[in-house]
Design a protein around this ligand. Structure first.
Ligand code: NAD
Ligand code: MN
Length: 354
């Protein structure tokens, strides 16, 4: 049997309502899996900042680094006007733990009228987000510039991860999860027709990484990002795994989340070498906090996704199946999905199916 130590970082707003649900689903996994959990409660977020002066206390980072196998992160509120000294703890965590990939599955239930089952694998350390900007004056007025940095190393490891994810998804399908996809497919996204050096390097490096013999069974295609957006909205069922540099990945993954009805359904994971943080895509939802009606499914799926990256595919598959069964039946749905169920009722229904 294996014991996993999981850091729990609820953060702000509904983060505090959904992270306990994530803990409960992990605790409710069948004993036959031989998986045990120990949980460590950790602080981060705007409330933490107001209390302690740090949005991401050093202690949180240290415990995650030295003492945890993975973590669940809820959501944090950002002040509407910039507050001195405050910056997003999740962005800082990605840097400090070198979580170089952001992975976002977007999936409807199998029997949906228009089924979708894709995952966007976004490079998370470079591209325009290195934030090397400058502004200077010219006789015609100000000019601002930003560095777009693409490296062979980062492109290669993100494409390799996309290949691994494609293989793993195929394995989970083969184990009996119904799927709209026949075989594993990775779509490389870029704009190398215009940015021949930066995106050109991403494209060439990704292709090379995916040409590795261990991805022999994975079909590889490429697509220019703007036409990709068109196809993503017209024909989303065509995608399995999408790999993209940071900026395109950010935009595509938010856009794709809109395809499935509610932010309350969409999970993500921030993944590095041997460490993963599951994180629902939604924010702290101040408009519904405290009412007990937040949809816990994004968090439950994030817990499953974290488990996938900790090599616990079977446990992950059980959570996905229980969530899908709840959604397919459609009797106990939270208000964001048009239902009347409270968070607690949704959680209990899913735990019952586990
Ligand atoms: P949001 O995701 O919090 O909410 C958008 C809308 O979706 C709201 O109407 C909300 O009620 C609804 N919603 C979100 N999650 C839901 C769930 N689980 N169940 C039911 N309904 C849900 O985005 P926002 O309103 O733009 O931002 C609110 C705060 O969250 C801001 O302070 C913002 O900075 C922060 N935020 C944080 C993250 C993060 O931590 N990763 C992401 C986005 C926004
Ligand atoms: Mn985004």
């Amino acid at each position: 049997s294996r014991t996993l130590r999981i850091g729990l970082i609820p953060g702000d707003g509904i983060g505090k309502e959904v992270i306990p649900a994530g803990r409960r689903i992990l605790e409710a996994l069948p004993a036959s899996l031989g998986l045990k959990f120990e949980f460590v409660n950790l602080q981060a977020g705007f409330e933490t900042f107001e209390k302690t002066g740090a949005a991401l206390p050093d202690e949180t980072v240290q415990i995650l680094k030295s003492d945890c196998d993975g973590a669940l992160f809820g959501a944090v509120s950002s002040p509407t006007t910039p507050v001195k000294g405050y910056s997003s703890p999740i962005v800082a965590l990605r840097k400090k733990l070198d979580l170089y990939a952001n992975v976002r599955p977007v999936k409807t239930v199998f029997n949906a009228p228009k089924p979708i089952d894709m995952v966007i694998v976004r490079e998370n350390t470079e591209d325009l987000y290195v934030k090397e900007e400058k502004t200077y004056d010219t006789p015609e007025g100000k000019v601002a510039e930003a560095i777009k940095r693409i490296s062979q190393r980062a492109s290669s490891r993100i494409a390799t991860m996309a290949g691994e994810i494609a293989l793993r998804r195929q394995k989970i399908r083969a184990a009996g999860s119904p799927s709209i996809h026949k075989g594993p497919l990775v779509t490389i996204t870029h704009k190398s027709n215009v940015l021949s050096q930066t995106d050109g390097l991403f494209r060439a490096t990704s292709k090379e990484a995916l040409a590795n013999p261990r991805f022999l069974s994975v079909a590889v295609e490429e697509q220019i990002v703007d036409s990709m957006v068109y196809k993503l909205f017209r024909q989303p069922e065509a995608y399995d795994v999408i790999v993209a540099p940071n900026l395109y990945g950010d935009i595509l993954s938010d856009g794709a989340a809109a395809l499935v009805g509610s932010l309350g359904l969409v999970p993500s994971a921030n993944v590095g070498e041997g460490f993963a943080i599951g994180e629902p895509c939604h924010g702290s939802a101040p408009d519904i906090m405290g009412q007990g009606i937040a949809n816990p499914i994004a968090t439950l799926r994030s817990a499953a996704l974290m488990l996938e990256f900790l090599n616990e595919e079977e446990a992950a598959a059980k959570i996905y199946a229980a969530v899908d069964a709840n959604l397919s039946e459609g009797k106990l749905l939270s208000p964001d999905l048009g239902g009347k169920a409270k968070t607690e009722e949704v959680v209990q229904d899913i735990l019952r199916r586990l």
